[in-house]
Ligand binder design. Structure first.
Ligand code: ZN
Length: 215
């Protein structure tokens, strides 16, 4: 199936990068196909994890079930679903600053969401890495495409969150290098990769790229 151009209907920003005009499209498209009620998100247990490097404990909220009510799909491929939150793939430990895949942060306990958690009251909830932490992740996470994609999302979050003022020249430079490296990792046979490619390719290449996308 050809990806309809209507998916890319709203051009919100233009960024100059390495001499080219890069089209930064934002889709503000509700992708909910099965509209449910907000009550459909059921909280699950809170998982207590422990950093394998420094031993600090951290908490992770979970859900038993959720839905895409009010979800937004952005043209860089990121889906933001308030009723279906997903944990980060990797975290930056607040104590030792190591970047660790979440699956490698050992689960040491589980408490029901409505239980008192005095024993773990000092443990902080895990957070998504910042842009600079994502940049570090591109060096240490073995799945380079994952880390560079998350770094791209993190940079685009500045726009999503209306915090463009926080983009320093250093961040801009790191972002451009990240996109350059990410493009070399993308696989043309994977639709999600082509969406990212289309997101960043110059305008005059966009149409020819899209006509070759099939999913
Ligand atoms: Zn640690």
């Amino acid at each position: 199936m050809i990806v309809p151009k209507s998916l890319l209907y709203r051009t919100a920003h233009f960024f100059k990068s390495t001499g080219q005009t890069i089209r930064y499209q934002i889709i503000n498209r509700n992708i909910s196909s099965q509209l449910k009620t907000k009550e459909d998100m059921l909280p699950g247990p809170t998982i207590i994890r422990e950093c394998p490097h420094c031993g600090i404990q951290m908490k992770q909220k979970t859900i038993i079930s959720g839905n895409t009510f009010g979800a937004t799909l952005w043209s860089d491929g990121k889906q933001v679903a308030p009723m279906l939150p997903r944990p980060p793939y990797y975290i930056c430990c607040k104590m030792c600053r190591n970047i660790i895949m979440l699956q490698d942060v050992r689960k040491v306990a589980e408490i029901e969401w409505n239980e008192r958690d005095e024993k773990y009251s000092k443990a902080a909830f895990i957070e998504f890495p910042t842009f600079m932490e994502n940049i570090r992740a591109t060096e240490v996470i073995s799945d380079k495409k994952l880390a560079r994609t998350m770094t791209m999302y993190s940079y685009n979050d500045f726009s999503r969150d209306h915090k463009e003022d926080a983009i320093t020249p250093e961040i801009q430079k790191l972002h451009e290098h990240n996109i350059y490296e990410l493009e070399s990792l993308l696989d043309k046979s994977i639709p999600e990769d082509l969406i990212i490619k289309a997101h960043y390719c110059p305008i005059n290449l966009l149409d020819s790229q899209l006509t070759s996308i099939s999913i």
